[in-house]
Each structure stands twice: as structure tokens, then as C-alpha cells.
Design a binder for this molecule. Structure first.
Ligand code: F6P
Length: 556
């Protein structure tokens, strides 16, 4: 079946549009009282339980969404991704991040070539190099072991690795493996970020990893030059070869920068930046910190979800269910945002990472064929771990705008605390909130309930909760490296499903280019004006005024 020019022109889309009124008439309180419905709105895979019964949807809605998936040729599109077809058509690239975590004996082709052996060659190199650094057989210029790593990179070359590092930092197995080591991330070109990264570190014991797919990103290259200077001014220029290594698809530019390509780890143009955490981008710095065997478990977790996504029927396929429900919330119910609410401090960098994966992938205004979309694609992602978020923005979620929420709970804490004399453990306390919040959102509190509690009449409007606010809950057994990999893959595939349904290219990012080229014009002008001591010209009134104020006051 050929995929439709625009999904909104299909009968299945129109049918869902017509169905919205029925759903809007039905409160979640009613939907939740149907236990058969609730039972059907659960899915389980490899230790993870998804409960989507608090979505404003019925089984009829789900059937209509499955029909929409068929109309959008979802299965064919998933297959094309796994088959290495060039589905990123504007960059003429295949999209094969699943190959990065495939087992050694898997076969995944790009342009007729099995890429899995190349993936494992790099993984083997990483295992070997990281072991040499960790064991102290690769030392710095003064003979000292390199116990500290600064990974320089931005966007996809930063957020995913930071998310995984933050999640593993408190995992008992990972803690053991990271003893005596530090991993830091330098992303922002703001010199404050440089200062934060180098404070307290000795160049003699520091290894700098420059992570950049293109090796041209302005911020990363300036930060790399800054830390090269930090090393060479302390230890001499020859020390750079011992203290700087790289991860990139562009080994020619790595060499030009002065890093021996033998000390660089490659990846490929079929790995999108924001989907690159399972390539050397994440695997190398994380292996330096935790050892390859911990990171391998993370890859295995992601791979398990890849298999599930590829083969499970849609009504049991967790990423497909998650993706379809997102489309339902955004395009039909008109809720454009999504809150990502992990009840785990270890997942504090999940939302920032998913923000990039989701918003850079699906924040598009045209279809994959270049036709302006008559509907909005993409969603606004934000989030914070519970319970912190409860004391921040949950007010708006409970009584202000409707924002579908992802609640993520962990059965076994990485760091349990049982205080004598307390009724529940600290983790039980956290999880009590995880279980309570979805019901508070779904059921709300009626004026009648408030009256029966003798609440003063004038406070009743303020204390009423409308309820009927959708959420879904994911329950993970623990937060091991394996589980972190699973969680990552759930979100990556969910976002792909949304893009496949909306009929957009989720794998390019042209929207980031305009700002970059304007910044380069400003940079040129700033440089010229400072040199000549003259004001800038040629911009609009507003930019010229601001720039000249900046020039004047920063050179005082
Ligand atoms: O500006 C956006 C972007 O291109 C992201 O997609 C990418 O992850 C990031 O910049 C960093 O790019 P690179 O890895 O090439 O330095």
C-alpha cells in the first residue's frame, strides 16, 4: 500500500476526528470504572509494565488508532528503517541507530552491506582503549594515570551520554566500576562552562574526548581549542596526543585538528546526532567511566526493545502504543505538550535528552514530500523528576492547562533507605506520590465532594479539580544499565512512530541552520568592528543597537 500524501486526508484520520466529541463527553472517572477496559489498556514486555488506562481513550479509540497506523503504512515504514532504506530523504541517509546495539551475529544492511561487523570493530576498539586508560597502561604525558575525563560535545553529542551517565551514577554496580574516576561534560560555548569543567582538575590526569559527528560544530570546536590550550600551556604541545582523543564521522577533520585518527572512534552518517548515544558518542566516554561491560548491558537493554518494536503486534507493542497515543493527544484532543515525570532522581536528565530527540525530530512544518502540513506535528516536551516537579509546575497540570503526563516509576531503588521508626521506606514515600498523582489528575475533586468535607463556599471553586487529565504510567523493575537502555529505546521508537504517522521526516534538522548562519555573520562583524574600533552596521535597527551597546560596554 502506498502511503497517503497527507494523513489528514484519509478516512481513518477523519473517523478519529469525528470520534473526538464522544471522548470529550466521557470523563476519565467513568472510563476508569470499566475494569475490562483498564485491563486491556496494559502492556508488558521484558519486565516493564505500561498502564495507559488513564488516557482519554476507549478500546474503540485504540482500534481507530490502529487503523490510522495501517493507513499511514506504519509497519512498512518501521521495516524500511530496520532494512536500512534511505528514509531520511532530505539528507539521503538511512536511519540505523538500531544497528549500534544489535548482537554481534545480527545482519543489518545499509546499501547492501552488513554494518554490524563495523559496529563491533569500533566497540572492540573502545573496549580495548578504555581498558588501557582505566588500568593505567595508557598514561598522560607526565606518566600519570588519566582518571578524569572531560567529554566536549553539544546536542546529540552531549545530552544522551549525560542522561545515561546521570542514571548510572548511583547504580551500585556502576559505582563500583567508576571508583576513583570522574566524567564531566563540556557543552556550552559559554566560558563559564569551561571554568566549571576544569575547576579542580589537573591536566596531567585528564583525558579530553572531543565528540562531534561533523567535527565542525562551532561551540564544540572552540571548546576543543580552549582545552587544547589548557593542556599544552600546562604540559607542552606534545602532550596533546596523550590527552586528547575524538569521536566523529569525520576523521579527516579530526586529524587536521591535531588528534591522531588512531586515537579516534568512528561512527557513520546513518546515525543521527540525537540518536547517537549508542554509538562511540556515548559508549566511549561511558566505557572510560564505568568500563565496557556495564555499557554493554545498556546496549543490550536497548536492543531488547528494538526487537520488541520490530516484531510485536501493534496492540502489544509499547513504542507503537506510546506513539499512537501521543498523536491522539496532540492532533485530535489538541494537547500539544507532554510532561516527562520520572519518579527517580537518577533520571533527572531524561527529559532534557528526550526534548532534543522529540523536538528536533518532530518539530516540522512540512510533510516528507515538502507539502505544508495542515495540522501541527511535534509536541512540546518538558519534565522534572517527581516529587520535585510537584512543588513546581504541577499546579498548572492539575488546575490549569491539560498536559498529558508520562509517569515513570522504579520498583527497586538504586539506593534504598529504611529509617527506623518511619512508617515506610524513603523509596515507598517517593512511590506513594508516583501512584497518587495519576489518579489525582484523572479523577479530580468535585464541588460536591468539597461540600461534604464542609469546605467554605467561597473556596470551593479554588479547591475544585476538574480531573479528566490524561497520563500514562511505566513501571520498571530497577534502574540498571539494562533498564536505562530499554527506556532510551522506548522513547526513540515512540518518537519515530509519531513522525511516521504525521508523515514527516523525523531524521533531519534543517530548522537549526538559520540561527547558525546568522551567528556566523554576527561573529564576522564583531571581529571586524573590534579590530577597527568602529560600530557595526548592516543589521536591522534593533540588532545594530544591541550589538553596538554590547561592543561599547564590553570593551570598556
Ligand atoms: O545543531 C543541531 C545539531 O546538528 C544536532 O543535531 C547535533 O546533535 C548537534 O548539533 C551536534 O552536532 P555535532 O555532533 O556534529 O557536533
Amino acid at each position: 500500500m502506498a502511503s497517503p500524501a497527507l494523513i489528514c486526508d484519509t478516512e481513518q484520520w477523519k473517523d478519529l476526528k469525528a470520534h473526538v466529541d464522544d471522548i470529550k463527553k466521557t470523563h476519565l472517572r467513568e472510563l476508569m470504572s470499566d475494569s475490562e477496559r483498564c485491563k486491556s489498556m496494559m502492556a508488558e514486555f521484558d519486565g516493564i509494565l505500561l498502564d495507559y488506562s488513564r488516557q482519554c481513550a476507549t478500546l474503540e479509540t485504540m482500534n481507530k488508532l490502529f487503523k490510522l497506523a495501517e493507513a499511514a503504512c506504519l509497519k512498512e515504514k518501521i521495516n524500511k528503517m530496520f532494512d536500512g532504506e534511505r528514509i531520511n530523504s532530505t539528507e539521503n541517509r538511512s536511519v540505523l541507530h538500531v544497528a549500534l546495539r544489535a548482537p554481534r551475529d545480527a545482519v543489518i544492511n545499509s546499501d547492501g552491506k552488513n554494518v554490524v561487523p563495523d559496529v563491533w570493530n569500533v566497540l572492540d576498539e573502545i573496549r580495548d582503549f578504555s581498558e588501557r586508560v582505566r588500568s593505567g597502561s595508557w598514561v598522560g604525558a607526565t606518566g600519570k594515570a588519566l582518571t578524569n575525563v572531560i567529554a566536549i560535545g553539544i546536542g546529540g553529542s552531549f545530552l544522551g551520554p549525560l542522561f545515561v551517565h546521570t542514571a548510572l551514577q548511583t547504580d551500585p554496580e556502576a559505582i563500583e566500576c567508576a571508583r576513583g574516576r570522574q566524567l564531566r561534560f563540556l557543552a556550552n560555548v559559554d566560558p563559564i562552562d569551561v571554568a566549571r569543567n576544569i575547576t579542580g582538575l589537573n591536566p596531567e590526569t585528564t583525558l579530553v574526548v572531543v565528540v562531534s559527528k561533523t567535527f565542525t560544530t562551532a561551540e564544540t570546536m572552540l571548546n576543543a581549542r580552549t582545552l587544547r590550550e589548557w593542556i599544552s600551556s600546562a604540559l607542552g604541545p606534545e602532550a596533546v596526543s596523550k590527552h586528547m582523543v575524538a569521536v566523529s564521522t569525520n576523521l579527516t577533520l579530526v586529524e587536521k585538528f591535531g588528534i591522531d585518527p588512531k586515537n579516534a572512534f568512528a561512527f557513520w552518517d546513518w546515525v543521527g546526532g540525537r540518536y547517537s548515544v549508542c554509538s562511540a558518542v556515548g559508549v566511549f566516554p561511558l566505557s572510560l567511566q564505568y568500563g565496557f561491560s556495564v555499557v554493554e548491558k545498556f546496549l543490550k537493554g536497548a536492543s531488547s526493545i528494538d526487537q520488541h518494536f520490530y516484531s510485536a503486534p501493534f496492540d502489544q507493542n509499547i513504542p507503537v502504543l506510546l506513539g499512537l497515543l501521543s498523536v491522539w493527544n496532540v492532533s485530535f484532543l489538541g494537547y500539544p505538550a507532554r510532561a516527562i515525570l520520572p519518579y527517580s532522581q537518577a533520571l533527572e536528565k531524561l527529559a532534557p535528552h528526550i526534548q532534543q530527540v522529540s523536538m528536533e525530530s518532530n518539530g516540522k512544518g512540512v510533510s516528507i514530500h515538502g507539502v505544508a502540513l495542515p495540522y501541527e506535528a511535534g509536541e512540546i516536551d518538558f519534565g522534572e523528576p517527581g516529587t520535585n516537579g510537584q512543588h513546581s509546575f504541577y499546579q498548572l497540570i492539575h488546575q490549569g492547562r491539560v498536559i498529558p503526563c508520562d509517569f515513570i516509576g522504579i520498583v527497586k531503588s538504586q539506593q534504598p533507605v529504611y529509617l527506623k521508626g518511619e512508617v515506610v521506606s524513603n523509596h515507598d514515600e517517593l512511590m506513594s506520590n508516583f501512584f497518587a498523582q495519576p489518579d489525582a489528575l484523572a479523577y479530580g475533586k468535585t464541588p460536591q465532594q468539597l461540600q461534604s468535607e464542609n469546605v467554605s463556599q467561597h473556596l470551593i471553586p479554588h479547591k475544585t479539580f476538574s480531573g479528566n487529565r490524561p497520563s500514562l504510567s511505566l513501571l520498571l523493575q530497577s534502574l540498571s544499565a539494562y533498564n536505562v537502555g530499554q527506556l532510551l529505546a522506548f522513547y526513540e521508537h515512540r518518537i519515530a512512530v509519531e513522525g511516521f504517522i504525521w508523515g514527516i521526516n523525523s531524521f533531519d534538522q534543517w530548522g537549526v541552520e538559520l540561527g547558525k548562519s546568522l551567528a556566523s555573520q554576527v561573529r564576522k562583524q564583531l571581529h571586524a568592528s573590534r579590530k577597527k574600533g568602529e560600530p557595526v552596521e548592516g543589521f536591522n535597527f534593533s540588532t545594530t543597537t544591541m550589538l553596538n551597546r554590547y561592543l561599547q560596554e564590553s570593551s570598556d
